[in-house]
Design a protein around this ligand. Structure first.
Ligand SMILES: C[S@@+](CC[C@H](N)C(=O)[O-])C[C@H]1O[C@@H](n2cnc3c(N)ncnc32)[C@H](O)[C@@H]1O
Length: 468
């Protein structure tokens, strides 16, 4: 018998009632705080605009709220490393897992800078580059690597200067400085290109000539290479010069700073290699179940980092399933040997989830989904998340908080309460669901009204679970 939207609503309601006391609208959590927005003016964190990141202020807020003062943190989806750097600044040791080479590079370069004894030499070096602009005197640059989806992304002059800049960098003997310079280039690629990152793909400005004359998209000013690059170097110098209190205090605290370790690869294969009861806190934000494709939106940067067509396809498949292209992953039984059976059982029996999977499968059969891959994406998103939650339960010490930022989603009219389904799975994995902080959205969205009106709104939440 087929399952209707009404039935989904009733089943969801049941879960909502169970978690009614845990869903708390948290007025401290403004949207800017739970996104990259609040980082825009924060020294260090403003360098690379990692749009899917959260702000350093959110990590600070969470640590203060949960009274976290010491220990070791893990972030299995480290992104640009916000959890890691805030933790290290506060004296905690941090381990981050990250698959996307761009994000891992952002962390690596920031770590190089973070760990330098002093920044005088680096500042002088960058200043010299701003003054001398060596790229403008390069005879012939290095060709820049492109992927099919990045061909023609830059105006000709910019493409030429980018190649010359890479050539000039290459001549420098200091490997760390070379990396800092390339990082500065990564930071400006979007603004000097015809493209804009748009979640599922790169959006092309009409000036690129793409779109057969039908393309009307205008991204606004496209920055000129030398201007954009020198502006970025100046930002970096300004933050390193201690004009900003945050960095000054970090410098003074040098001896008290925590360490940062980055494990590059998929957390699906890495988590099981880590020791049990090792961590005092986990704070993370996985990709949402929203079809965003990091390998496409970050294609310019990945190409610059020499990722080729084959690698990018592999990366797409290794990402946690959040796009319609993700296929079933192999080897999960090997990676999750300790937790697979338990996690699979919980996944198979989570009532709301199974109802939604059935609903989407039926919609798929009737050709009623925007894209048939949605059904598999949702199923695998939750399956992989279940495995990760169980594995992380193993890694965390008793009493350790597990904090996750995530969004609910809606497909084929059905609201998917990602927050409640994952919280239910977390309970089975040995967590107490302390609270689910809901971001205030519409007016009067109080916790009392959550059950009445909140259903129709797609909640954005910060989950606070605690290992029992
Ligand atoms: C929402 S972002 C994290 C942002 C981060 N909190 C920050 O503030 O920068 C999710 C990250 O998960 C990464 N990711 C996706 N699948 C992964 C996997 N299987 N293993 C490790 N990282 C993965 C993506 O590359 C992306 O950087």
């Amino acid at each position: 018998m087929s399952i209707t939207l009404e039935q989904i609503k009733i089943i969801n309601k049941k879960l909502e009632n169970r978690f009614r006391d845990k869903l708390v609208v948290n007025k401290d959590l403004k949207r800017t705080l739970v996104s990259f927005q609040a980082n825009k003016k924060t020294p260090y964190y403003r360098w690379y605009k990692f749009k899917e990141g959260y702000s350093s202020a959110l990590v600070d807020y969470t640590f203060n709220k949960l009274n976290i003062k010491k220990g070791k943190i893990i972030d299995p989806f480290a992104g640009s490393g916000v959890s890691l750097f805030v933790s290290a600044e506060r004296g905690l040791d941090a381990v981050g897992i990250e698959l996307l080479p761009l994000a891992a590079e952002i962390i690596a370069v920031r770590k190089i800078i973070f760990e330098m004894d002093n920044h005088r030499n680096l500042i002088a070096f960058l200043q010299e580059w701003i003054e001398q602009k060596p790229w403008e005197y390069e005879k012939s640059g290095r060709g820049i690597n492109h992927l099919k989806i990045t061909q023609g992304a830059f105006p000709d002059k910019t493409e030429e200067l980018t190649g010359k800049f890479l050539g000039a960098i290459h001549k420098n003997r200091n490997k760390e400085y070379r990396r800092v310079l390339r990082f500065a280039l990564l930071c400006i690629l979007e603004e000097i290109s015809f493209t804009r990152k748009d979640g599922q793909c790169l959006r092309w400005d009409y000036r690129s000539g793409r779109g057969n004359g039908n393309n009307k998209f205008n991204k606004g000013p496209i920055k000129e290479f030398t201007q954009a690059l020198t502006d970025k170097l100046k930002d970096i110098i300004s933050d390193l010069s201690g004009d900003n209190t945050l960095f000054e205090s970090a410098n003074e605290l040098k001896g008290e700073l925590g360490s940062i370790e980055i494990l590059q690869g998929s957390c699906l294969s890495i988590l099981s290699k880590l020791r049990s009861n090792e961590f005092d806190i986990l704070m993370t934000s996985p990709p949402y179940c929203n079809r965003y494709d990091y390998t496409r939106t970050y294609a310019l940067e990945l190409a610059l980092l020499d990722v080729d067509e084959k690698n990018i396809r592999n990366l797409r498949q290794e990402m946690i399933s959040c796009t319609v292209e993700n296929k079933d992953k192999e080897n999960l039984d090997l990676f999750f040997a300790n937790t697979l059976d338990k996690a699979t059982k919980v996944f198979d029996t989570q009532e709301q989830l199974q109802a939604i999977i059935r609903y989407l499968d039926e919609k798929k059969k009737n050709n009623e989904l925007n894209n048939p891959g949605i059904a598999r994406m949702v199923k695998n998103y939750f399956y992989e998340s279940s495995l990760i939650i169980f594995e992380c339960a193993r890694l965390l010490k008793k009493g350790a908080p597990f904090v996750m930022v995530n969004d609910n989603v809606r497909y084929a009219g059905a609201n998917i309460p990602v927050d409640l389904i994952l919280s239910d799975i977390a309970q089975s994995a040995g967590f107490n669901v302390e609270q689910i902080w809901v971001l205030p959205t519409g007016k009067g969205n109080s916790s009392q009204q959550m059950g009445v009106h909140g259903r129709e709104e797609l909640r954005k939440c910060v989950y606070v679970w605690r290992k029992l």
